[in-house]
Design a protein around this ligand. Structure first.
Ligand code: SF4
Length: 81
């Protein structure tokens, strides 16, 4: 049976970091984190982490930036090898 919960939840800032407890946190959880594969496949945090293994803590699931832009910025800041 498919688990509805995103496997990233233990380390994701939505649950355990700077995005925890904001006025939008519950909405993010419902739309992305607890919405099965379809939900997390629309989450920018999840998609960036799939490609490069990590995602900056301040990126929102519905970030207007593209995955490639987020990754390019991480490279510019020296956060990726
Ligand atoms: S915000 Fe994205 S990466 Fe984090 S737990 Fe939710 S779906 Fe997973």
């Amino acid at each position: 049976m498919e688990t509805k919960l995103c496997p990233k939840t233990p380390k994701c800032p939505i649950f355990n970091g700077i995005l925890k407890g904001t006025q939008y946190t519950d909405t993010y959880k419902r739309l992305y984190c607890e919405a099965g594969e379809k939900g997390r496949n629309e989450c920018k945090r999840y998609l960036v982490a799939l490609k490069v293994g990590i995602c900056p803590p301040n990126i929102l699931p519905n970030s207007s930036k593209s995955e490639d832009d987020i990754i390019a910025e991480m490279k510019q800041r020296g956060e990726l090898n």
